[in-house]
Write a protein that binds this ligand. Structure first.
Ligand SMILES: Nc1ncnc2c1ncn2[C@@H]1O[C@H](COP(=O)(O)OP(=O)(O)OP(=O)(O)O)[C@@H](O)[C@H]1O
Ligand SMILES: [Mg+2]
Length: 351
């Protein structure tokens, strides 16, 4: 039985669809808190996803039916920067941890330990902003996660284990490994060794297990991500490609900026990691001007854009109209979030 049939879809009210920005749990009214409890208890976090992410979420689980063994159940996301790959993978991983109320290990790998801190930890924190307190992983309840960037644990034995494969590839391995997530796989020099030698053999013993690999294109096109994994995943129909302009969370001005500035800056950033230059301070200095430019963009425009995009989403046309209203209501709140958050998170999209 697949996860989807074991945990049937929960009914979505219009207020449960993607809301930008996320209203933190403490600021939600009782009605919304009750809805959030239903969604989080069911481990179905699709309400958090933007329309493009929701499309891929659905495709990931649908594609699982096309293959018969867990060894083939590896999905590839060939997606440009800041589209929301890690948010989507986190929502899938956390959803699995919540749905399987038993011992379940989900390694979440990144090329370097620094990248865990920079890209996965803040994204996870965003994801959990509206989680009911009783379902938070222990490390988030205790406030240790942002420092340790290590593991997310639930009392029933589900664990998401963050692995920087430069320093601790051994952490990819462990009992009850059910699913794996691999971010920026194209920037891992020994990807084939890790996949063939460590990750895939664990799926052999988990017939329902699966994996997701995501990456922006590598600096070196000869990387096995491009020459082996993408073609294989494409061949199995377990593949999605998106470019930065597909991101509904960006205003027009931001789209131009991302293309003009962000791609180049981040290419340098990732290129240097690829070349073994991990000097975090220098990288931080490089990112500073970008943060400042993005922080200056007027956030209000996002609400209307987001509403329009959501309304254009086939499945959720009705929800989209409601979404515009919700976003308009949230404009003041958005200002507040943008000022603090956008600066903190490398200028990443105003909410
Ligand atoms: N559906 C969403 N709702 C709210 N915030 C989101 C959503 N999707 C992404 N974000 C936020 O947008 C930012 C970028 O998302 P994420 O890190 O997932 O993108 P990415 O494609 O992995 O980017 P990168 O290429 O830089 O690694 C993060 O701050 C994340 O928390
Ligand atoms: Mg990412």
């Amino acid at each position: 039985m697949t996860l989807r049939t074991r945990f049937p879809d929960i009914p979505w009210t219009t207020r449960q669809v993607w809301q930008s920005p996320t209203v933190p749990w403490d600021l939600c009214d009782h009605e919304r808190q009750a809805q959030l409890r239903v969604a989080w208890n069911a481990g179905d976090l699709r309400y958090k996803l933007h329309p493009g992410q929701r499309e891929i979420y659905n495709h990931v689980f649908k594609s699982h039916k096309q293959v018969s063994s867990s060894m083939e159940r590896v999905y590839g996301m060939d997606i440009s920067r800041q589209w929301g790959k890690d948010f989507l993978m986190s929502a899938i991983g956390v959803g699995v941890a919540l749905r399987r109320r038993r011992s379940t290990r989900i390694p979440y790998a990144a090329p370097t330990k620094d990248m865990l801190k920079e890209i996965i930890v803040p994204t996870m924190m965003d994801l959990f902003a509206d989680c009911p307190p009783e379902l938070l992983p222990q490390e988030i309840s205790k406030g240790t996660f942002t420092r340790s960037a290590d593991t997310l644990t639930w009392p029933w034995g589900a664990r998401i284990v963050l692995v920087g494969v430069d320093l601790h590839p051994d952490r990819l391995r462990g009992p009850a490994t059910y699913a794996f997530l691999f971010t920026e796989a194209a920037f891992t020099p020994n990807l084939v060794d890790l996949m063939d030698g460590v990750i895939m053999p664990q799926l052999l013993t988990e017939p329902e297990g699966f994996g997701i690999m995501a990456s922006t294109p590598p600096v070196t096109p000869a990387h096995p991500w491009t020459t082996r994994y993408l073609p294989e995943m494409q061949g199995r129909g377990m593949y999605a490609k998106r470019v930065i302009t597909d991101n509904p969370r960006l205003t027009e001005e931001q789209r131009r900026l991302w293309i003009d500035v962000h791609e180049h800056l981040f290419d340098r950033y990732f290129g240097r990691i690829d070349a073994g230059d991990n000097d975090a301070e220098v990288l931080q200095d490089d990112l500073q001007p970008l943060r400042q430019r993005l922080a200056r963009i007027a956030p209000d425009a996002t609400a209307g854009e987001v509403g329009k995009d959501a309304a254009g989403d086939g499945d959720d046309a009705e929800a989209g109209d409601a979404q515009s209203g919700i976003d308009a209501e949230n404009a003041a709140y958005q200002h507040w979030v943008c000022r603090g958050r956008v600066k903190r998170q490398a200028g990443f999209t105003p909410r």
